[in-house]
Design a protein around this ligand. Sequence first.
Ligand code: F6R
Length: 242
Amino acid sequence: MKLIEVANYEEMSQKAADIIISQVKKKPDSVLGLATGSTMLGTYQQLVQDHQQNGTSYRNVRTVNLDEYIGLSLDHPNSYRYYMNQHLFFHIDIPLSQTYIPNGASDDVEAECKRYEQLIENLGGIDLQILGIGRNGHIGFNEPGTSFSAPTHVVELAPSTRQANARFFPSLEDVPRQAITMGIATIMKSRHIVLLASGTAKAPIMVKLFEGTVTADVPASVLHTHPNVTVIADEEALSLVA
Ligand code: F6R
């Protein structure tokens, strides 16, 4: 696991965007694995700015998102489809038909999980997967205790995760209880993984991650067993790491 230490959120976002841009330049039809959440906003802003200023093209890129809430319509302002459209896809030249997100509004979510897993395989797998990290160590919505061999599946969101995401909803009650997420096995098949962490809220989990013990209690710890992982973390996120 390679660690890039940066001063702050801004620098983390710039470094992450640089990695994505070089990937797309090297392989214009790359399959990018994308995440949502606060951590990613700066990176997407940088990608949009670069697209506008330097013309980096995403015409042939395919994207697969990590996860989606179950029960929200695709145009719900809290759906991850809405987030991705608003923060990235509408501002670059990627055809929306090449952007994939699990369909949490499906009538048959189990079948949707199988379809999504197969879709990723049919695309040839993920070249570059970007991850945030939950305060409890989740990646995607793989909460503590999730088997490392799980493919895309339905999850019950941990109370702490619903709490952390409640800031985007009118009340905690409105936060969905379930989501579809790529599994840890799905994520681990990616050829390169970049995990981003910023801010003091992530400091305690970064200590656990860097302890190095690989355990289902800290889902992100599985990344120690992947040959090509880059962690980009800022001073605040690393403030408790010895
Ligand atoms: C989002 C996702 C989650 C987030 C994590 C951190 O698609 O898969 O694992 O990356 O919950 O969220 P933020 O960035 O809001 O702290």
